[in-house]
Design a protein around this ligand. Sequence first.
Ligand SMILES: Nc1nc2c(c(=O)[nH]1)N[C@H]1C(S)=C(S)[C@@H](COP(=O)(O)O)O[C@H]1N2
Ligand SMILES: [Mo]
Length: 375
Amino acid sequence: MLIEVRFVDQKESQRNSTAGLAAPSCQSELILREKHPLNLEAPMSSLESFITPTSNFYVRNHFDVPEIDAQEWKLSVAGDVERELSLTLEEILSMPQRKVVCTMECAGNSRIFLNGAKGLQWAAGAIGTAEWTGVPLLEVLNLAGIKSSAIEVVLEGADSGIPCDEPAITKPISFARSLTMEEALNADVLLAHSMNGEPLSALHGYPLRVIVPGYYGMASVKWLKSIHVSDSPFRGFYQSTDYAFLNTTHADGTRVAIKHSQVKSMLLHPHAGEVLKRGARYRVLGVAWAKGLIEKVEVSVDEEKSWAPARLLGDTLPNCWRFFEFDWSVPDVPGHRKISSRAFDSAGNAQPFEHDNDAGSYVINFVVPVAVTVE
Ligand SMILES: Nc1nc2c(c(=O)[nH]1)N[C@H]1C(S)=C(S)[C@@H](COP(=O)(O)O)O[C@H]1N2
Ligand SMILES: [Mo]
C-alpha cells in the first residue's frame, strides 16, 4: 500500500524539541508515534491554518490499514430495518450529498501531559480540521427503513486484530462504535467519501468513513463496512472497555462510552521553551474548540492569578476550532514566565484546571501552561 505522507521519526523530532513537542519550524511532516499499526501526529507548527491540509492531518489506527478494492467493496445495512441493503460505492455517490467542516481530536490527544499514562504518547497534535463530503447517515437509514424497535446504530470498520495489553481478548475483533438513534439521525453525521475535496486516502478510511462532528475521533469509524441497526445497546470493546469512562457504568456493569469533545484550548505561539525578548510586544496565538461553539477564551500571563479576554478570530462555526490572539507586552525583566489559555463553550462549560481521572488516559483537556524564557 502506498502511504502518501512523509513523516519524521519521533525520537529525532524530540531531540529538537521541548517537553516532547515537535520543534516548531516550517516542516510539514507528520511525526511517527507508532509504526505497527501506523500512528502519526501533526507537528504544532502545521496547525495554524483553519483547514488542516490532509498531508498534515494526524492518523490514528488501532490495526493495520485494510486493503480495500472499491470495485468489490459494499456497505451492508442490516438488523432492525425494513429492507436489508448492500450498497456499492457508485450507489452511495448517487445519493444526496452534504459537506461538513469540523474539527476532529483523538480522545487521547495531549496524553504526554498526564506524565506516563498508558497508551500512545501523543503531544498536542492529534487534532485537525477538514471539510468532509458524503451522504448523511440518515439518508441510508431512511432508505433501509428503521423499525420502531431500533435504539442504536452500530458502525463497523473493515480493520481487525487483537488489541495489545488485553489478555482477555484472544480472537481478532474489528473496530466498531455505536450511535444512539438520536445521534445517528443528526443530518451532520456523514458517511464521507472525500476529505478536503479529494477522495479519502487509505489512511483516512478509503472508500467510506463515518464523520460525527463534535465527538472525539473514535466515533468516526474509518473503512466502514457495515451498519447494523440494533434493538439493544452495543457493548463492543471500543465502546465499553476502551474509550469509556472508568467509574461510570451502565446498569449492566459496562462502562459508559466517551463521546462529545470537551472544551479545550492550546497555545501555538509561544511554544514551550521559546525565548522572548524582554519589553517586546508579542502576539500570543492559540486555538480553542468544543462540541458546539466557543464562547470566549481568556489568557493569563501571571501564573494564572489574573485572566484577560483573548480576541477570537474568524467566523464562528459549530464543532470547529476557533483561533484566538492576545497582545502581550513582555515584561522588561528577564526570567521564566508561564502563559496559559482557558476556553469557555456556549453550553456554559469552562476548560478545567485538572484532569478528570474517571476519563482515564482520555479527554485530556485541562489547562496546560506554556513555560517561556524572557531574556
Ligand atoms: N475502522 C477504524 N476507525 C477508526 C479508528 C480505527 O482504528 N479503525 N480510529 C479512530 C480514532 S481513535 C480516531 S482519533 C480517528 C482518527 O481518524 P484519522 O486517522 O483520519 O485522523 O479515527 C477513528 N476511526
Ligand atoms: Mo482517537
